[in-house]
Design a protein around this ligand. Structure first.
Ligand code: HEC
Length: 127
């Protein structure tokens, strides 16, 4: 209980850094980095080439799905034919299993549009 409270305090203070509408790109990235640490980093490395439980997300924006060398993607991901546009990334983090049924990635459901903006802004910075 205590841990959950602390974690949510840490997250809300990270998000509080971001002024509501005209958050500048750096602040968006920083908030996205926090969200990434909480929701994604357990499985995704930020290293250019290192694959963890999930493929590296370095340079993911604009990249075709299932294109990181030496990562064992699911058949579903290989057959998806999608490119990681910002639009598709938004769909993916809203409900990844709806976008690519049969994916090996555990279900994530980040439906808050502001949180999605932060995460995508952070992913865009990985290049
Ligand atoms: C429990 C581990 C896990 C978590 C947590 C996780 N992922 Fe994944 N992710 C994976 C796996 C495994 C794959 C490969 C899926 C497949 O091949 O079907 C993947 C694939 C992806 C892809 C496609 C990459 C490519 O090269 O085609 C993206 C984008 C992605 N994840 C983003 C995220 C984001 C953003 C988060 C946090 C909101 C996240 N993931 C959280 C395990 C995870």
């Amino acid at each position: 209980m205590k841990t959950i409270l602390l974690a949510s305090l840490a997250l809300s203070s990270a998000l509080a850094v971001v002024p509501s509408v005209q958050a500048d790109e750096k602040a968006m990235e920083a908030a996205g980095h926090q969200l990434f640490a909480h929701h994604c980093a357990a499985c995704h490395s930020l290293d250019t080439s290192e694959n963890a439980f999930g493929p590296s997300l370095f340079g993911v924006v604009g990249r075709p799905a299932a294109s990181v060398p030496r990562f064992a993607y699911s058949k579903a991901m290989q057959a998806s034919g999608i490119t990681w546009t910002e639009d598709n990334l938004r769909k993916w983090i809203t409900d990844n299993e709806a976008l690519v049924p049969g994916t090996r990635m555990r279900h994530v459901a980040i439906s808050d549009p502001a949180e999605q903006d932060y995460l995508i802004s952070f992913l865009r910075s990985l290049k």
